[in-house]
Ligand binder design. Structure first.
Ligand SMILES: [Zn+2]
Length: 226
């Protein structure tokens, strides 16, 4: 697996990183999403419907594999048990890039998911353990935002998602249990947010990327505007 995206709830990865995921998939990279919880209960959702929506969203973006860890929603904590469960996914799938939630958030599950993702990356490289798989330390860790805090955070970079922004919107709206009846509002919010970041890089739509470490430029050609 090239990229593994870690999320607290089904729909987090789509909202924060859907455009970038679609671009990777279009380039032939294998992308997986691991949802730590099923996201339920919510006012209009059921587990079965939410999981079906998650499958549909993954399909729309070109995600190869979607894994549900099935820890309880709303009770997410950075525990040893969860670190190990997540580390096992990392060891078994051996991604080169790990994408985790940005920890600056009002939602406690998102804060916990950010911490546990960082710690799982470290746990994944441990030897002499009974965790499944072989030791693996993903060389890069980046973060995406689905923050409930009403604040603009400074990204490390912005991805040009102009060509796939409509697909991102579709993938998010696949979660009809979450967004039914307010599709236009959600669409407008997603597009205006993407437009805000797109303007920062002189494109139409953009998606912010955050980096807890120095952001590596693996291919300097990508620094030259197309
Ligand atoms: Zn969430």
């Amino acid at each position: 697996m090239d990229v593994l995206v870690i999320a607290a709830h089904p729909d987090d990865a789509e909202i924060g990183l859907g455009g970038t995921i679609a671009l990777w998939a279009d380039q032939g990279l294998s992308v997986g999403i691991v949802d730590i919880t099923d996201g339920e209960p919510t006012p209009h959702g059921t587990r079965e419907r939410r999981l079906a929506e998650a499958e549909r969203a993954a399909y729309l973006l070109g995600v190869q594999e979607r894994i549900l860890l099935d820890f309880p929603n709303r009770y997410l904590m950075d525990t040893i048990e969860l670190r190990q469960a997540l580390a096992e996914v990392v060891r078994l799938h051996r991604p080169r890039l790990l994408f985790a939630p940005l920890g600056l958030d009002q939602h406690p599950d998102h804060v916990a998911a950010a911490a546990v993702a960082r710690h799982a990356r470290f746990y994944a490289k441990l030897t002499k353990t009974d965790m499944a798989g072989e030791p693996h330390y993903p060389p890069a860790l980046l973060q995406f935002a689905t923050s409930h805090l009403r604040k603009v955070f400074q990204p490390a970079a912005v991805v040009d998602i102009s060509d796939v922004c409509e697909r991102k919107v579709k993938a998010v709206l696949a979660y009809s249990t979450q967004f039914s009846g307010r599709e236009e509002r959600v669409r407008e919010t997603l597009l205006s947010t993407a437009r805000f970041y797109g303007v920062r890089i002189g494109s139409t739509y953009g998606e912010p990327v955050f980096s807890p470490e120095e952001l590596a430029i693996w291919n300097p050609v990508t620094l030259v505007p197309q």
